[in-house]
Design a protein around this ligand. Structure first.
Ligand code: SAH
Length: 388
């Protein structure tokens, strides 16, 4: 090309700018997509002083405020502009379901393009855990998982991931979440202490956004929410190259590997990506994560009746973990939450207990994970936005 003139066919017409329905393309840009330097640039691009970025961050990450009326330290004229430019509403509440006497809340959100995602807020004595989504749907196709049946709609943006946690933090601040049954001490102020990427999606398949979200969650206020990385769990089917990338980031989050079977033959069926990266390759990558970060890895194992709950599989798992080292790993068996129409059910209690004891007999720390919110389809693997 020899001309500097813009290609007229590329220039948006005013009509395209104002009426872009149906909504396609990218979610609106949001403060939480940007690092502090980018925020300053974005505020200046809107014609405001750079220091307003910090004020805006304080409102969003520290005060949890997105309403311009409450931003009294900003000139009135600037508020609307900055809020509409950098704090657009990304999540619209669709439905809210409560369980466990109000100590568990599941929220269904509609995104700008109509996609639905879910998050779950759970209060335990001394901590609050939030389970968040990283994608609308999921492309990993695990046959026992409700989200897996849906296929992948799209990746969430960084801010769409962060907003779920901010919404949870707001709900806590407003006292929406009841205390856990055994919780009689007053936890004040209540904060989201733990975040698990165990809602919809495979976060490591949306790598950049997931990592940026972790940075926003862990950056000290007012740049971010100021959470401890140790309170964050990244859960994966075992995308080995992405696990190694995460290792190299050097953020001390907890890594959870969804194993569900210690042998390739069965795991190929339960976690289809296993045909790409085998049990041994996934375990090796998990071990490398441990070696580099010192963080003990969690192995997730949904116990499915007569499918993967055999004593010999517990032994094989114990052997494979011990082959690599001692003290580097923890197993979390979880009773399967059958999805609608599933041919599979949870293992019987005695079988579950036997599986746990066999693992422990190999010296592998093992804790059965609880199934909060199962009656509101809020438990692991049930999130499928049935609202749709
Ligand atoms: N893509 C991530 C996050 C998925 S959800 C991953 O695979 O790790 C978090 C955990 O719940 C995963 O271990 C997943 O395998 C498990 N899970 C999915 N469906 C389940 C079900 N129906 N019952 C029990 N656990 C389930």
């Amino acid at each position: 090309m020899t001309t500097d003139l813009p290609d007229p066919s590329r220039r948006p017409t005013p009509g395209q700018l104002t009426f872009s329905a149906p909504r396609r393309g990218k979610p609106p840009k949001h403060l939480a997509d940007l690092d502090p330097g980018e925020r300053k640039a974005a505020v200046e691009a809107l014609g405001h002083k750079g220091f307003r970025a910090k004020q805006l961050s304080t409102h969003y990450f520290e005060r949890l405020v997105a309403d311009p009326e409450e931003m009294t330290d900003l000139p009135k004229a600037a508020r609307e502009e900055l809020v509409s430019g950098l704090l657009p509403q990304l999540l619209t509440p669709v439905r809210e379901l409560r369980a466990d006497k109000g100590a568990t809340i599941k929220q269904v959100w509609r995104l700008f393009d109509g996609a639905l995602v879910e998050s779950v807020l759970m209060r335990y004595p001394g901590r609050v855990t939030m389970c968040i989504s990283s994608q609308a749907g999921c492309g990993m196709n695990c046959p026992f998982c409700a989200t897996g049946q849906e296929g992948l709609t799209r990746n969430l943006s960084t801010a769409e991931i962060v907003e779920q946690v901010v919404a949870g933090a707001r709900a806590l601040r407003h006292g929406d979440l009841a205390g856990d049954a055994g919780d009689d001490e007053v936890d004040s102020p209540l904060r989201v202490s733990n975040v698990v990427f165990m809602g919809m999606g495979e976060a490591l398949a949306n790598y950049r956004q997931a990592i940026n979200a972790i940075r926003r969650l862990t950056d000290p206020a007012p740049d971010g929410l100021g959470m401890s990385a140790r309170g964050i769990t990244m859960s994966t089917v075992g995308l080995v190259p992405a696990m190694d990338k995460l290792t190299a980031e050097g953020i001390p989050v907890t890594l959870a590997l969804s194993l569900h079977a210690p042998d390739d033959e069965l795991r190929n069926e339960l976690v289809p990506i296993n045909t790409r990266w085998t049990v041994d390759e996934a375990l090796d990558a998990a071990y490398r994560y441990y070696k580099a970060t010192g963080r003990r890895v969690s192995i997730e194992y949904a116990l499915i009746k007569d499918i993967n709950d055999h004593g010999w599989r517990a032994d094989l798992l114990g052997q494979k973990l011990n082959q690599r080292g001692k003290g580097w790993v923890h197993v979390n068996p979880i009773p399967l939450n059958p999805t609608p129409g599933s041919k599979w059910t949870a293992s019987r209690r005695g079988v579950e207990q036997n599986f746990v004891e066999r693992l422990r007999s190999h010296g592998v720390p093992t804790t059965v994970r609880d199934t909060r919110g199962s009656e509101i389809d809020g438990a692991c693997g049930q999130l499928a936005a049935s609202t749709a």
